[in-house]
Design a protein around this ligand. Structure first.
Ligand code: PLP
Length: 222
């Protein structure tokens, strides 16, 4: 009989430093810049990149607390919902995806949500107004009434456990050879940036580029 933590390691793979690959391009060379790609997309075939970094600590917490359900939220094209659904299938956990936009319930599922459903995720569509309330206790209470007991993971998977997972990414870059002095990454919620910045070493800095409308919450990242 495996402990939940052993099961997780067996099914989702142990943490390995992902490879750092150099991109050669005359335009970088000309300016004396070296560009390295941290290939976190190679960490796991279905939990790619920051999803693996963020979800594994959350799944560990969920299993340790004896949960059999993980509930999370996202938009209709959320990579985070996709990764959560895949993890649920791999770990035999029930997953519930609360999706922004109740009108989507009456339309055929897009490819992303169809993949979630195929992985067994229960899709629950809510209005944009209700989605905006997702941080409030009323939201969690309503979801508990509907779906019972669950481990809740916020939008983009970004919570304290996820930031700890992403700090490991920063630590890998602190020990990498060659050792980058600036680490640039795209940001949605900013959770990955917060973790990376926390894990980097002396003389290194993180540069976050917000890619979503409205940017990210600078205060929360700090
Ligand atoms: C491929 C990719 N890169 C970066 C991000 C942004 O991550 P974060 O929400 O932690 O800022 C996302 C969104 O989750 C993503 O899917």
């Amino acid at each position: 009989m495996h402990s939940p933590s052993e099961t997780l390691t067996r099914l989702l793979g142990p943490a390995h430093p992902s490879p750092l690959r150099e991109v050669t391009d005359e335009r970088f060379t000309r300016h004396g810049v070296r560009l390295l790609l941290k290939r976190d997309d190679l960490l796991h075939p279905e939990l790619v990149g920051n999803k693996w970094r963020k979800l594994v600590p959350n799944l560990r917490d969920a299993l340790a607390a004896g949960h059999d359900t993980v509930l999370t939220v996202g938009g209709a094209y959320s990579n985070h919902l996709r990764a959560t659904a895949a993890a649920g299938r791999l770990l035999s956990l029930r997953t519930v995806g609360v999706v922004r936009g109740e009108e989507l319930a009456d339309r055929p599922l897009n490819d992303s949500l169809a993949r979630c459903a195929a992985d067994g995720m229960v899709l629950h569509f809510v209005s944009r107004a209700e989605y905006r309330e997702r941080h409030g206790p009323g939201f969690t209470h309503r979801m508990r009434e509907r779906f019972g007991r669950f481990h809740e993971v916020p939008e983009g998977g970004s919570n304290a456990a996820a930031v700890r997972g992403c700090a490991e990414l920063g630590r890998e870059l602190a020990e990498a050879a060659p050792r980058p002095d600036v680490v640039a990454l795209p940001c949605g919620t900013g959770g990955t940036l917060a973790g990376v910045a926390a894990g980097l070493g002396p003389g290194q800095s993180a540069l976050g580029v917000p890619v979503l409308k409205g940017g990210f919450m600078e205060g929360e990242v700090r």
